[in-house]
Design a protein around this ligand. Structure first.
Ligand SMILES: Cc1cc2nc3c(=O)[nH]c(=O)nc-3n(C[C@H](O)[C@H](O)[C@H](O)COP(=O)(O)O)c2cc1C
Length: 392
């Protein structure tokens, strides 16, 4: 019998040891086209792969013989303490992965004491999340051709008490996710093969589609033509609504009408980071949208040091794209990021087991952060710095 390393193949969340285990559980629970929506990137998926490669290329040079009994991972984010340096990133269509998916993510974030960012294209209304989840809530904004839609979201998020508005700027033109195009025979209409696959996942079919009807883009229903709000295949309908005209003028406008914290999600250069600071933004998110937009894009971790050097004292710098381990998170903090957003890592948890799955994902990441801090000879994230890293 040749030597073999076995991975966990059951569905007990408590036995998932890492994010990859949750991914494997989640993958079995949903039809292939749903998992591909969660997982995939644009075009050749070079950005998607490179996000991981760039994080993996960074190696630690740890200190030793440091007493690390009193480890903690608290950070201060926009003047408030957060028990861990994580933020749940905005993702659309969460209700397709798991019933009431947005609420499951928001509640798990609230339980962990970290912010949850709701997407414009969520499948529950922002007011429902504010009423039923609590915790620190941020609202992501897509500025679409119909500008009234943005005004509506901003007004409602303000009234519902959201702490921050996160304006996503890297979706002026929608990324070409070729697999997504192949999964539908017409906009919103899955191919026969995918319909058959849906019937092979009866639990998903019942919970997500049949029990209370297909999830819809609830924040946008008033602006979409009747019958076009379904989140199943929404990725083949919504992109036409995106606007290539968005510009820094919109940021100035948002700064005027939004009273809370304002972040720009989509910054990858010093010039744009400077512009965000000059227009009075509070923070930026360095991202390539998890490899779902521009292909052959730099990984955010590669441009982090130069951007932190330029604006790190004036802006809160958050980073995402490719973070799957606590060690990844600590690499970004060592290079000066103030916090890390995670999307797929917590979506794998959601797909594996709803709120309990997201809680498990956050628990895994924060346990890994804690363990790695110990290995590095650090008691807190404030002790991290570029001296602990080498490029492999
Ligand atoms: C399924 C999925 C849906 C997403 N939807 C949105 C969205 O509605 N708005 C947005 O700003 N970013 C969206 N993103 C991008 C994430 O916010 C985040 O930038 C990216 O996924 C981070 O990379 P990671 O998935 O490797 O953690 C989405 C990502 C995924 C995987």
């Amino acid at each position: 019998m040749p030597w073999q390393r076995r991975t966990y193949r059951g569905s007990d969340l408590t036995r998932a040891l890492n994010i990859e285990d949750l991914r494997a559980i989640g993958r079995r629970r949903v039809p292939n086209f749903v998992f591909e929506y969660l997982e995939g990137g644009a075009e050749d998926e070079a950005s998607l792969r490179h996000n991981r490669a760039a994080l993996e290329a960074l190696r630690f040079a740890p200190r030793t013989l440091v007493d690390t009994c009193a480890r903690e991972q608290r950070i201060v984010l926009f003047g408030r303490e957060s028990p861990s340096p994580l933020v749940i990133a905005p993702t659309g269509g969460n209700g397709v992965l798991y019933p009431r998916g947005d609420l499951a993510l928001a509640r798990a974030a609230a339980a962990a004491g970290i912010p949850f960012c709701l997407s414009t294209v969520s499948t529950l209304r922002l007011e429902q999340i504010a009423a039923e989840a609590g915790g620190r809530l941020w609202m992501q904004l897509y500025l679409m051709q119909e500008r009234k839609l943005a005004e509506d979201i901003v007004r409602r998020a303000q009234a519902a008490g959201f702490e921050a508005l996160v304006f996503t700027t890297d979706a002026n033109v929608f990324g070409h996710r070729e697999w997504d195009r192949r999964n539908y025979r017409a906009p919103g209409k899955p191919t026969l093969r995918n319909l058959i696959d849906a019937f092979r996942h009866p639990r998903w079919l019942y919970q997500v589609l049949l029990r209370s009807g297909a999830p819809r883009f609830e924040n946008l229903v008033d602006f979409l033509p009747p019958g076009k709000a379904s989140a199943i295949g929404g990725s083949t309908i919504i992109p036409q609504m995106f606007s290539a005209s968005i510009s820094w003028r919109d940021v100035a406008w948002l700064r005027e009408i939004w009273r809370g914290k304002l972040l720009i999600k989509g910054v990858l250069t010093v010039a744009d980071a400077e512009q965000a600071a000059a227009l009075g933004c509070d923070g930026i998110v360095l991202t390539n949208h998890g490899g779902r937009q521009l292909d052959y894009c730099v990984a955010p971790i590669e441009v982090l040091p130069e951007i932190v050097a330029a604006v790190g004292q004036r802006l809160t710098v958050i980073i995402d794209s490719g973070f799957r381990r606590g060690s990844d998170v600590l690499k970004a903090l060592a290079l000066g990021a103030h916090a890390v957003m995670v999307a797929r890592a917590t979506l794998y948890g959601l797909t594996a087991g709803g709120e309990a799955g997201v809680r498990r994902a956050l628990e895994i990441l924060s346990t890994e952060i804690d363990r790695t801090l110990g290995h590095l000879g650090c008691c807190s994230v404030r002790e991290l710095g570029p001296q602990l890293l080498r490029r492999g």
